[in-house]
Write a protein that binds this ligand. Structure first.
Ligand SMILES: O=C1C[C@@](O)(C(=O)O)C[C@@H](O)[C@@H]1O
Length: 209
């Protein structure tokens, strides 16, 4: 199980290393000040692969701005990270971001629960510009969760699927077992509802091996 710990403060990096994260996601939209300097400082502290994410308000984050502002913020940071999360709304910036030598996590977050065919169309759209598609949805029923689990199991790999909300938070430990590339967790401050602390996620990963 590949664990992504989502952080917003360089100060937690030493503490999270105890739990051996596979990736560290830096949530740029939840940070203030000199972002480039803070990302550079994280890069200097750890060799763990880094994901830079500037999450739009529309998809659950705090960034408000157009694609031009998005790329002006993310572009200079790409040199310090291994992946950049590029939402579908910013996909026109993907070729430039890719030219910076990083892989693209092509993401879409929705408060809805797409049907199986809709999930397939979303996957195809995300794969059109990214290296790994990431689809985050909001199941309303257990049948919705079964749809997401079945989709993940049968989908082309790599793919990342996850859920929004706390009701089905246990899916964060199940989806990687059926093929989701990553599971996201927090290091003390959740960056999304329902996340487990990396200490808990590591325990789950070790128990479900
Ligand atoms: O896309 C995701 C998944 C996430 O929203 C979650 O539900 O854990 C957390 C975000 O930081 C990350 O970029």
């Amino acid at each position: 199980m590949k664990i992504v710990v989502s952080v917003e403060d360089v100060g937690v990096i030493d503490a999270v290393m105890e739990y051996n994260p596979t990736f560290i996601e830096i949530r740029l939209d939840r940070m203030e000040g000199d972002l480039q300097e803070q990302v550079r400082a994280i890069r200097e502290k750890t060799a763990v692969p880094l994901i830079a994410t500037l999450r739009s308000r529309e998809e659950g984050g705090r960034f408000v701005g157009d694609a031009d502002l998005w790329v002006r913020i993310v572009g200079p940071i790409a040199r310090y990270v291994d992946f950049v999360d590029v939402e579908a709304r910013y996909r026109d910036q993907a070729p430039f971001i890719k030219s910076q030598g990083v892989q693209i996590l092509a993401s879409l977050h929705t408060n809805e629960m797409p049907t199986q065919p809709e999930l397939g169309r979303i996957e195809e759209m995300l794969r059109s510009y990214g290296d790994i598609p990431k689809i985050v949805v909001k199941p309303r029923t257990r049948d919705d969760l079964f749809t997401l689990i079945a989709f993940t199991h049968h989908a082309q790999k790599p793919i990342c699927t996850s859920i929004m909300g706390a009701e089905f938070r246990y899916a964060r430990a199940i989806l990687p077992l059926v093929g989701s590339e990553f599971t996201f967790c927090h290091a003390g401050t959740p960056t999304a509802e329902g996340q487990y602390h990396i200490r808990e996620m590591r325990q789950l990963a070790d128990l479900l091996k």
